[in-house]
Write a protein that binds this ligand. Structure first.
Ligand code: ARG
Length: 477
């Protein structure tokens, strides 16, 4: 039995015949057409698809494959299509599978036979690879702007809190006093590396695949360097098989996006802790929070919680792309159509999260007194007392032992080291004298003493903020 007539579920033959109907004896099954289509999500980069086609046509005219009149018709037609899409009057058709064939088919409808010449010397394989790179390049530039805004917000808040003292933690246990400005600069440093990673990734995104055609290159006398120049690419991809098939640049972006989300998630975790009734270090303004429908007292830090949660989906997007790529033989395989949604999702998530953080950070209100009181609890200056004894000639391990005993007394008496009397302290070492309170046991003495590059003293934090402004200028020059 033959199946040469169209089954009832198929799309009409003329719907696909324009693109590849020649070889086919029946039309694509309607479900298969929908299942294999990507236009639902790849129409997102219509602008880049049109820009790529305009550059391709311009190059084809330069090398004499198209006439100048044909080139002009194509450019004019594509520009009109762009306006139609932007006006919402363009009819996207699932049966035309993807953004490329939708636009090309509409072009032919508008300008006739010349429209059918646009695809000369090109394949959707190098076309889609070009579109994604153009699209991702634009998105990276926007994300870098968001990162810069957030970093400036952090520097602004840090500058106001150079002298604000809070407990620094290890194991989430009070460790040593630090300045809040110093803590914010730690966040700033994470974002510097995130920005460097994205900028580095952008270099590899910014290469032109077009000209690779389906996989082996093309028989026309194309000028790839010219197309690259027209589209603002730094260079051409050197190997046609590699250029149409690899998506490592997207994987790299998702890895960089994952690290950004991991950092934002850590910051979120701290904000969530700090806004709790147990810490009360910081207030997040109401506009970034929501309440509870049952507990009237609640003000929940939804924004940081959501961002902490959203980090998971971006890590998932990274794993999706890695898995998508790993089993593919050269060159293009349809698997690659699945590269788009994980990439778009990572882009959207990282953009939204950075936007929220950039708005929220400058609006944070630290509770300076509460932070200070917390730093006074938990024996945060114990190391300072040990250092004080070392400076008087005691070996560090012995000093550690002496201070340990003093802390044990503090625990028993429910007092901080600075609240013990001089006599009580002297039971543990006769070398302790009255200057211990100013030189070691106060919070100010403790932070001021860490006075070297990278240290927490207000003086150093101020200098670090000044350097950070210069570094930002260089980073985003
Ligand atoms: N929609 C396709 C994609 O996203 C375009 C390339 C299709 N190429 C092909 N030979 N079927 O990858």
């Amino acid at each position: 039995m033959t199946t040469s007539s169209n089954p009832p579920n198929s799309v009409t033959p003329d719907q696909t015949s324009g693109m590849w109907g020649g070889r086919f004896s029946e039309a694509t099954d309607a479900f298969v057409a929908e299942f294999t289509a990507s236009v639902q999500f790849d129409q997102r980069f219509y602008k880049q698809d049109i820009a790529g086609s305009i550059a391709h046509a311009t190059m084809l005219a330069k090398v004499g494959v198209l006439t100048e009149a044909e080139r002009d018709d194509i450019i004019e037609g594509l520009s009109t299509i762009r306006s139609e899409i932007e006006a919402g009057t363009f009819e996207w058709r699932i049966d035309l599978e993807d953004v490329h064939m939708n636009i090309e088919s509409r072009l032919t409808q508008r300008i006739g036979i010349t429209g059918k010449k646009l695809h000369t010397g090109r394949s959707r394989n190098d076309q889609v690879a070009t579109d994604i790179r153009l699209y991702l390049r634009d998105e990276i530039d926007d994300i870098l702007k968001l990162l810069e805004r957030l970093q400036k917000g952090l520097l602004g808040l840090a500058a106001k809190n150079v002298n604000t003292i809070m407990p620094g933690f290890t194991h989430l246990q009070t460790a040593q006093p630090v300045t809040f400005g110093h803590h914010l600069l730690a966040w700033f440093e994470m974002l510097v590396r995130d920005s460097e990673r994205l900028q580095d990734c952008r270099k590899r995104v910014n290469r032109l695949p077009l000209g690779s055609a389906a996989l082996a290159g093309t028989t026309y006398p194309i000028d790839r360097a010219y197309t690259a120049e027209l589209l603002g690419f730094e260079a051409v991809c050197e190997n046609s098989l590699d250029a149409v098939s690899d998506r490592d640049f997207a994987i790299e972006f998702n890895a960089a996006a994952s690290l950004i989300m991991m950092h934002l998630s850590r910051m979120s975790e701290e904000l969530i802790l700090w806004t709790s009734a147990q810490f009360k270090f910081v207030n997040i303004p109401d506009r970034f929070c929501t309440g509870s429908s049952i507990m009237p007292q609640k003000k929940n830090p939804d924004v940081p919680e959501l961002i902490r949660g959203k980090s998971g989906r971006v890590f998932g997007d990274l794993i999706s792309l890695l898995t998508l790529m790993k089993g593919q033989p050269l060159a293009y395989n349809k698997d690659n159509q699945e590269d788009k949604e994980p990439l778009f999702d990572a882009i959207d998530t990282v953009r939204g999260s950075l936007m929220a953080f950039a708005d929220m950070i400058p609006a944070l209100v630290p509770n300076i007194e509460i932070m200070r009181e917390a730093a006074l609890r938990g024996f945060s200056t114990a190391t300072d007392l040990a250092d004080y004894l070392v400076k008087k000639g005691v070996a560090f391990r012995d000093a550690h032992e002496i201070v340990g005993k003093a802390v044990a007394l503090g625990v028993a008496e429910e007092k901080d080291l600075s609240e013990l009397t001089l006599e009580q302290l002297q039971q543990f070492s006769a070398l302790i004298t009255a200057d211990v309170f100013d030189k070691a046991l106060t919070l100010e003495a403790s932070v001021n003493a860490r006075d070297h590059i990278g240290g927490t003293s207000p003086k150093q934090v101020e200098a670090a903020i000044a350097r950070a402004h210069t570094r930002l200028e260089q980073l985003y020059a």
